[in-house]
Design a protein around this ligand. Structure first.
Ligand SMILES: Nc1ncnc2c1ncn2[C@@H]1O[C@H](COP(=O)(O)OP(=O)(O)OP(=O)(O)O)[C@@H](O)[C@H]1O
Ligand SMILES: [Mg+2]
Length: 251
């Protein structure tokens, strides 16, 4: 059963189409990796799910709730991390989470849990403005995770983290469906990163979904089309390249 589905989801700015007729199928209780080069339309798609920008055409449903009728209900179920999250710089990480906890009406213990999950317990008393980039990313993740929402939408959550941090966050994301019974929709522009955490993958290029399926399916498809499959990063680049070639031919 799919917890998120989109139908012909489209977003245009003037005569430029950032997301074009996208049909996504995200199974419940899985990690879904949303992959695409810079400007492919990943953030735009996520922003539509969060009501931050309106689709020009098409619709979507999240946990049987449909956009636009149920958009407030949708937001209650989703924890999100979109681009550089904003915090109160003059409050500590812990105090920032405490504010979110109160707004969401969550139990006291949820702040401690969120801090532990993202590895910020040690730095919880430091002012947010004194956090390093990686610590800010972790605080952003903590504010998405707090209260264990059934759906998490994470836009490039490992941006700015060092290799150890990337590994930790990836392992955390991978563990979330079992731990909290949640579904994670996570974007990245690296297939090598997505392959380590995702059950399913969707690849977006110039607003078009050019592949959706499991990693073994991706490998099978790629080898049928004569793309390299030894190194997944090369597979991904070859697919994008081919799609770009076909697209420029059509123009
Ligand atoms: N408000 C806007 N007005 C006009 N164009 C926009 C607007 N927002 C996004 N775009 C364009 O839509 C396209 C998709 O952008 P989007 O941010 O969704 O890409 P992305 O896949 O998230 O890329 P990245 O990997 O760089 O984060 C880009 O060409 C971008 O310039
Ligand atoms: Mg983006």
């Amino acid at each position: 059963m799919n917890i998120i589905e989109t139908k012909n989801l489209t977003k245009s700015y003037g005569n430029f189409t950032a997301v074009s007729g996208v049909n996504l199928h995200i199974p419940r209780g899985t990690v879904y990796g949303f992959l695409g080069p810079n400007g492919a339309g990943k953030s735009t798609t996520m922003k539509m799910f969060l009501g931050l920008t309106k689709p020009t055409e098409g619709t979507f449903s999240i946990d049987n709730k449909r956009y636009p009728e149920d958009r407030v209900e949708i937001l209650k179920e989703v924890g999100s991390f979109i681009e550089a999250p904003a915090f109160y710089g003059n409050l500590s990480g812990e105090e920032n989470l405490e504010i979110i906890r109160k707004i969401l009406g969550l139990p006291k213990a949820s702040v401690k849990e969120a801090l532990e999950l993202v590895g910020l317990t040690e730095h919880r008393k430091r002012l947010a403005k004194k956090y390093s980039l990686g610590m800010k990313q972790r605080l952003g993740l903590a504010s998405a995770l707090i209260g264990r929402p059934p759906i998490l939408i994470l836009d490039e959550p490992t941006n700015g983290l060092d290799p150890v941090g990337i590994h930790e966050i990836r392992t955390l994301i991978r563990s979330l469906p079992q731990k909290f019974n949640c579904t994670v929709f996570v974007s990245s522009h690296l297939l090598s990163e997505i392959e380590l955490m995702a059950d399913n993958i969707g690849i977006l290029n110039h607003g078009h979904l050019i592949f959706e399926g499991t990693l073994p399916m991706l490998k099978r498809n790629a080898s049928l089309q004569g793309f390299p499959t030894e190194n997944l990063e090369e597979t991904f680049l070859a697919m994008i390249d081919e799609d770009n070639r076909q697209r420029s031919g059509k123009r």
